[in-house]
Design a protein around this ligand. Structure first.
Ligand code: ADP
Ligand code: MG
Length: 211
């Protein structure tokens, strides 16, 4: 058994909500990454699908967030709309105890108009796909100047899909002074190259799957 979430110095509202979700014990990847994430360090995490990676970075993002500052504080990049929707859904469940939090998804394949309208109303967290995020930055409908928490979810898949250049364009528009988290199911060489460019002294956590 791994440790309970209550071992972590998480905001009480988050801990209470985790208990109501029946999230009691941390999964292995959560237990190994969350203390480092809460410490403010950059983390590269690799663990297989289904190991609870969303709550690992999600709790880090939600713990760091200041809901009273209504501006985009975190950007979470996902390879596809389906995955972005899943991440946003889990984040909203984890964030149920934080009143007035606004989590916005920005994905391709959806009309621009409503996204621009939502952006005009503001958000705390953006979850989206690289192509659409970059389009909003280019149009000037999105500013990431206060996004000091950046998450790459399923980074291996984003690289497979050829998002490298688009991610670099996005990275040029987020603060250099930030915390970056990279989550991946596999660890190809390209992940090391990406992390060397975008992260500062990252701590590496890899959970070997049993064979
Ligand atoms: P991954 O991103 O590693 O593929 P997910 O974040 O999608 O995994 O989590 C897989 C499932 O495990 C989800 O249904 C999620 O709700 C559940 N889960 C995650 N962490 C916990 C936990 N600590 N306790 C119970 N269930 C959890
Ligand atoms: Mg995942």
């Amino acid at each position: 058994m791994t440790a309970p979430f209550s071992d972590l110095p998480l905001k009480p509202a988050l801990l209470k909500n985790l208990a109501s979700m029946n999230y009691t014990a941390m999964t292995e990847i959560q237990a190994k990454t969350l203390p480092i994430i809460l410490d403010g360090k950059d983390v590269i995490a690799q663990a297989k699908t289904g190991s609870g990676k969303t709550a690992a970075f999600g709790l880090g993002v939600l713990h760091k967030l200041n809901v009273d500052q209504f501006r985009i504080q975190s950007l979470i990049l996902c390879p596809t709309r389906e995955l972005a929707d899943q991440v946003a859904q889990e984040l909203r469940r984890l964030a149920r105890a934080i009143h007035n939090i606004k989590i916005l998804t920005l994905c391709g394949g959806m009309p621009f108009g409503p996204q621009i309208g939502s952006l005009a109303h503001g958000a705390h967290i953006i979850v989206g796909t690289p192509g659409r995020i970059e389009e909003h930055l280019r149009k000037g409908t999105l500013s990431l100047e206060h996004a000091d928490m950046l998450v790459f979810d399923e980074a291996d898949r984003m690289l497979d899909m050829g998002f490298q250049d688009v991610m670099d364009t996005i990275l040029a528009q987020v603060p250099a002074e930030r915390q970056s988290l990279l989550f991946s199911a596999t660890y190809p060489d390209e992940i090391g190259q990406l992390s060397a460019r975008v992260m500062q002294k990252p701590v590496m956590v890899r959970i070997e799957s049993a064979h």
